[in-house]
Design a protein around this ligand. Structure first.
Ligand SMILES: Nc1ncnc2c1ncn2[C@@H]1O[C@H](COP(=O)(O)OP(=O)(O)OP(=O)(O)O)[C@@H](O)[C@H]1O
Ligand SMILES: [K+]
Ligand SMILES: [Mg+2]
Length: 688
């Protein structure tokens, strides 16, 4: 099982560009998007002006005020830089990735096949949807498309980072190709399915570049809270001013600005967007492309996970392992019918049936003729069968038990007595029984082996402790479904389901207020992928599925949805934890510095001055320094996320309140005291 490797989130290049980025982001037009930090910037400009014109507000008496104002301005400036730096670091890794992706976007020339059989050369950016192109070994695929002819290996490392080439061919799971990848052997005829500039690679670049990074609903809600808190503290400090005048305490304007900055939620305000970007980045590092931050965030809220059986819970390459004829039918006859039914079946199941039949000896001399003269009945998840209508009128079908049985009964046949026991035999082993019939008469059963992936039981257990329900949806019969469900440990299952049943399950869950995630790869999964709150499509899947989904797994590993959900949970938790910490901090600072500030004028305050700070000036400067340095100190947590262990929501809340709430209250007392011990004497020397 893959795990997220804990790469360092910072290196020299990222450091350099982040420092530069921190300065670039000082632009007020940019800063205003982050109202909390914008207030700090306005305060900074104000204190700079007070440094240059100390008498601006008719405020000053002592000469030392200029120096004091300069120090406050400097710390405010550093605070803003730290916040900008956090965001730049979060963006840094994505930028590096974009650069390597852009390198793969070389200008390619495509060989377009026209309807009359002639070929013309076109630039990749002139290709239209529906154009058919021929791509040969060594050439780059000009845009996304579906293979319509040929078989070839394709190097997809430009996109997936995986160096082993992938075989692409018409039909089945490996028919879609991505622009920017390279054909390494043979040739492919590809029908283009994307417009120039709208390919998967283009979308990936735009996403990582952040061009389409919008604030997520959760971020917007939190921002509103932070702005409200900012307004409240602004009012608190503004009302403090007449009070102190009444008490005849002189508080310099710079101190009031410093006080505001200490009290408004600058810590979370400075880290909020970094947390979101880092969450998306963690998903990307995991080789999953999220189409929006909202998608990653929805993962954190997921209540129900819909999984399909084949390929997700069991290995995708379910293979034929036995032919079981019903009484009165020869094994040879069954094998021949099964072979015929699979001659033009592109699915892994069909291919494995051909392989087993050939291995067991089947007369295949007329193969080509049959293929050429018969009508092909392709497998579909709706009919749940596949086969051939031969020229001589023979109809051969294989498919799911209930589908074939219904068809045979409708044609007037009785269900063979021993059929059910054969189906039962296969199903109770967790295998898929495919029933074969010739001219509506049932001949026997093909045993397709389905193997449950290891380690799933523990993972479903983990999901359960996170409060997530897992539902397996399968087109297979109830007994096979029950066996696999039991073996893998999913919470519940739905058998004999058609694609629209998946949508129904999703809608039912959603109508109960649940957030639903699902994976899929087929065209018939597309509507369900679109309906789900989190739809994770496989990169190997069809383009329709990829368009409908809001995430794509480049490694095409459906079980990854589990990790993606965990990353989403972790993102929400990190945001919650740091918000709690930040607000607890601000409240603590209030009690730490107000008494120190006022004790000169109101001696009774000294009882509250538990911190015993050097002087009112040192108190405010120390608090302001603490307020600034806490931002870079928390960058590692924002980047990596808080440690996540699955547990119930209420337990999690309690633990978070304890660690980050209580921690947030205690930290400033210790931090400010330490800074005061160091800065107090220096300020003394400066005469402050
Ligand atoms: N190539 C095929 N030809 C005929 N019948 C098939 C073929 N592949 C699968 N089937 C039958 O159709 C049923 C439905 O297939 P479908 O792909 O919808 O579901 P599934 O593969 O069983 O489960 P899942 O939804 O988990 O992928 C299968 O259970 C099987 O009985
Ligand atoms: K603050
Ligand atoms: Mg399937």
């Amino acid at each position: 099982m893959e795990t997220v490797t804990k790469k360092s989130f910072i290196n020299r290049d990222i450091m350099k560009s982040s420092i530069l980025g921190a300065f670039k982001k000082l632009n007020p037009l940019y800063m205003i998007k982050n109202p909390v930090m914008f207030v700090v910037e306005v305060g900074f400009v104000f204190v700079v002006l007070l440094t240059i014109f100390p008498n601006m507000m008719g405020d000053v008496t002592e000469e030392s005020a200029r120096l004091y104002n300069a120090i406050v301005a400097f710390i405010l400036f550093i605070t803003i830089l730290f916040a900008n730096f956090a965001e730049s670091i979060a963006e840094g890794r994505g930028k590096a990735q974009v650069q390597s992706l852009k390198k793969t976007k070389t200008v390619t020339e495509a060989c377009v096949l026209l309807a009359d059989g002639t070929q013309v050369k076109k630039q990749a950016d002139e290709l239209k949807k529906g154009d058919i192109v021929l791509v040969q070994a060594g050439e780059v695929i000009p845009n996304d498309g579906e293979v319509i002819d040929g078989i070839a290996t394709v190097d997809e490392s430009a996109i997936t980072g995986e160096s082993a080439p992938v075989v692409k061919e018409r039909g089945g799971d490996f028919s879609s190709v991505t622009g920017g990848t390279t054909v390494t052997s043979d040739w492919l005829e590809i029908e283009i399915t994307s417009l120039p500039g709208e390919s998967f690679l283009d979308k990936m670049i735009a996403l990582i570049e952040g061009a389409s990074r919008k604030k997520t609903p959760n971020e917007i809600a939190l921002n509103t809270l932070l702005v409200s808190l900012t307004i409240i503290f602004l009012l608190v400090v503004v009302t403090l001013y007449p009070m102190t005048t009444y008490l005849q305490v002189h508080i310099p304007i710079a101190t009031l600005v410093a006080l505001i900055v200490c009290l408004i939620p600058t810590t979370i305000g400075g880290l909020l967007s970094a947390i979101g970007i880092a969450g998306m980045d963690r998903v990307t590092q995991f080789n999953v492309i999220a189409m929006s931050g909202k998608a990653v965030e929805s993962c954190g809220d997921v209540d129900t996970l819909i999984l399909d059986k084949t390929g997700t819970i069991t290995y995708g390459n379910r293979f034929a392992s036995e032919f079981l004829p019903i009484q009165g039918v020869g094994k040879k006859e069954l094998i021949r019918a099964a072979w015929l039914s699979s001659l033009t079946d592109d699915t892994p199941e069909g291919k494995s049936i051909l392989a087993l039949a050939s291995q067991l000896d089947v007369d295949s001399t007329d193969e080509k003729k049959i293929i050429d003269t018969s009508e092909h009945i392709a497998f579909s998840a709706y009919t749940r069968m596949s086969g051939l209508d031969m020229k001589d009128g023979t109809k051969i079908r294989k498919g799911a038990y209930d589908s074939i049985k219904n068809k045979s009964v409708n044609a007037g046949y009785e269900v063979p007595k021993d059929l059910e026991s054969l189906v039962h035999q296969v199903s109770s082993l967790g295998g898929t029984p495919l029933v074969v019939m010739k001219n509506e008469k049932i001949l026997g059963v093909i045993y397709l082996k389905d193997i449950v992936k290891p380690g799933l039981k523990e993972r479903f257990e983990k999901l359960r402790s996170m409060g997530i329900k897992t539902i397996m949806c399968t087109g297979d019969n109830p007994l096979t479904a029950a066996t696999i469900a039991k073996e893998s440990g999913v919470d519940s299952f739905i058998a004999e389901s058609k694609p629209e049943d998946k949508i129904k399950v999703i809608k039912d869950e959603q109508s109960q207020g649940k957030i639903v995630a699902m994976t899929g790869d087929g065209t018939n999964d597309a509507p369900a992928l679109a309906q789900a709150n989190v739809g994770l499509a496989m990169n190997s899947g069809t383009n329709a599925a990829k368009e409908a989904a809001n995430m794509v797994d480049l490694d095409s590993n459906p079980t990854k949805i589990i990790e993606v959900v965990e990353i989403g949970k972790q993102l929400l938790m990190t945001r919650g934890a740091l918000t709690t910490f930040s607000i607890a901090n601000d409240v603590a600072k209030y009690f730490a510095i107000i008494p120190a500030m006022l004790m000169v004028a109101v001696p009774e305050m000294s009882a509250l001055n538990i911190m015993q700070l050097n002087s009112p000036t040192s108190a405010i400067i120390s608090a302001l320094i603490f307020n600034a340095v806490i931002i870079p100190l928390l960058i590692p947590i924002a980047m990596r996320g808080v440690k996540y262990e699955p547990m119930s929501a209420s337990k999690l809340l309690r633990r978070n309140l304890l660690v980050y709430g209580l921690g947030g209250i205690i930290a400033p007392f210790i931090g400010i005291k330490l800074i005061d011990l160091m800065s107090g004497p220096i300020l003394n020397l400066m005469g402050l």
